[in-house]
Design a binder for this molecule. Structure first.
Ligand code: HEM
Length: 419
């Protein structure tokens, strides 16, 4: 493990060390100590702009809600300063997706696709999500009772859903997968591919995204359809077409935010259900429990590990003074295990009474645009798999990806028999 030099409490390393996320039991044990000892923790580490780690549910809630003070900026995705310096050195502008912008500009851009993600519109996606889920359960059936649920099912299922929402062909899925892994999983050696350094992988991914989505935009302007790519390609802001860069970043956020996250909720959630066969059987006996199970899977896994917000004025959080210009890191996995909010938070429980306190999708102006799609994906695939299998169990050691921004179970070997 690469030990980053830290001049504050060494436990603060859990927020910035990619490998720390490959052992979530240890991670959560440390986070629980931090919530008890120094819930708004100062982290000063080599190579990182100093920040405050926000670990209590109430405090993450407050930072997210107070968007008048805590802004999203081009440095919203937590990372070492080098990540930004190198991007600039490569001549690549800093990201400008929805999560990197603030205020009026953000509102206007978000409203381009808002209707697409409203509950009524998302309801119409249900038959598509179901038929894609059926395809993958058939694929499981053809695999001789053994598969890697994360790599063979959850990953390709979530990517196919997002691609079908975009309206782009299945043949482009492998490309999209390698591009998102280049962007989000770049710290994990398994995902580096031909690149020996994570930054080269990120730069290459951005360039290839650009080529791909420029071509798609041209096509959808000439031949509009009713898919999301058409909405983005033809998006208007203040009565004028959306700028080139804004459009590119729009595609990138939907393509990247939409599938690794959901896939980790599915693989990590199933890992827990396999460890709690009683709860798994309860869903098999009563499939209407799949919705509640999906919520608990999303709480337990919390695939987005944090975002960074930047204070615009002197203020305080949890009684700790925060100065204008300071960075604060919203630790969603920690907030989702806060003992002040969740009963027995370290227990996986699909029947928990406090499920509505979930913070996995953030809160406020930047609340996850795709949360309804993600929830449908998780509960639909879960219900379809459990409807078809008779027995299902672990068939080897699961493996977690080591990445500090978005991560989770990347390999889940399972063994199953069908009904
Ligand atoms: C379990 C799966 C998912 C998780 C855990 C997740 C989590 C998050 C989080 C934490 C944020 C930032 C919220 C904040 O700053 O308050 C976010 C934003 C976003 N998510 Fe998701 N997400 C998931 C799935 C999806 C899907 C399926 C899509 C698209 C189809 C999507 C699209 C977006 C977009 C576009 C934003 C930016 C919204 C904005 O800044 O206005 N997400 N998501």
């Amino acid at each position: 493990m690469t030990e980053v030099a830290i001049s504050t409490d060494p436990r603060g390393r859990i927020f910035i060390t990619p490998e720390a996320f490959a052992d979530m039991d240890a991670w959560h044990a440390t986070a629980a100590e931090i919530r008890r000892d120094e819930p708004v923790m100062r982290v000063e580490a080599e190579g990182w702009t100093p920040f405050w780690a926000i670990t209590k549910h109430a405090d993450v809630f407050e930072v997210s809600r107070r968007s008048d003070v805590f802004f999203n900026t081009e440095k919203s995705a937590p990372g070492p300063d080098l990540q930004y310096d190198m991007l600039q050195a490569f001549g690549i502008e800093l990201p400008r997706t929805l999560v990197h912008i603030h205020g009026d500009v953000h509102n206007k851009l978000r409203s381009v696709t808002n209707d697409w993600f409203k509950p009524a519109a998302v309801r119409h996606l249900q038959p598509t999500i179901e038929s894609i889920a059926d395809e993958f359960v058939d694929k499981m059936a053809a695999m001789d009772g053994r598969c890697d649920f994360a790599a063979d099912v959850a990953q390709p299922f979530t990517i196919r859903v997002i691609m079908s929402i975009f309206g782009v062909p299945q043949s482009d899925e492998p490309l999209m997968l390698s591009l998102t892994q280049g962007l989000f999983g770049a710290a994990d050696p398994e995902y580096l591919g031909d690149f020996s350094d994570p930054l080269a992988a990120i730069t290459s991914s951005i360039n290839r995204f650009e080529e791909y989505f420029d071509a798609l935009s041209d096509e959808r302007r000439e031949n509009p359809t009713d898919d999301l790519a058409t909405v983005i390609a033809n998006g208007m802001v203040d009565g004028a077409p959306m700028g080139e860069r804004e459009r590119l970043w729009y595609y990138i956020i939907v393509a990247t935010a939409g599938h690794d996250t959901t896939s980790f909720a599915l693989s990590g959630g199933l890992e827990r259900l396999l460890a709690h066969p009683d709860q798994l059987r309860a869903i098999q006996d009563d499939p209407t429990l799949a919705g509640a199970a999906a919520e608990e899977m999303i709480r337990w896994t919390t695939p987005v590990r944090s975002f960074m917000r930047w204070a615009q004025a002197d203020t305080e959080i949890g009684g700790v003074p925060i100065a204008a210009g300071d960075a604060v890191l919203t630790s969603y996995p920690s907030a989702n295990r806060d003992e002040d909010v969740f009963v027995d938070p370290m227990r996986f429980d699909i029947g928990r009474p406090d499920a509505d306190q979930l913070l996995s999708f953030g809160l406020g102006m930047h609340y996850c645009l795709g949360s309804q799609v993600a929830r449908r994906e998780v509960r639909t695939l879960l219900a379809k798999v459990l409807e078809r299998v008779d027995t299902i169990e672990l068939d080897g050691e699961p493996a977690w990806s080591g990445a500090h921004f978005v991560s989770g179970v990347k390999h889940l070997p399972i063994r199953y028999t069908l009904r």
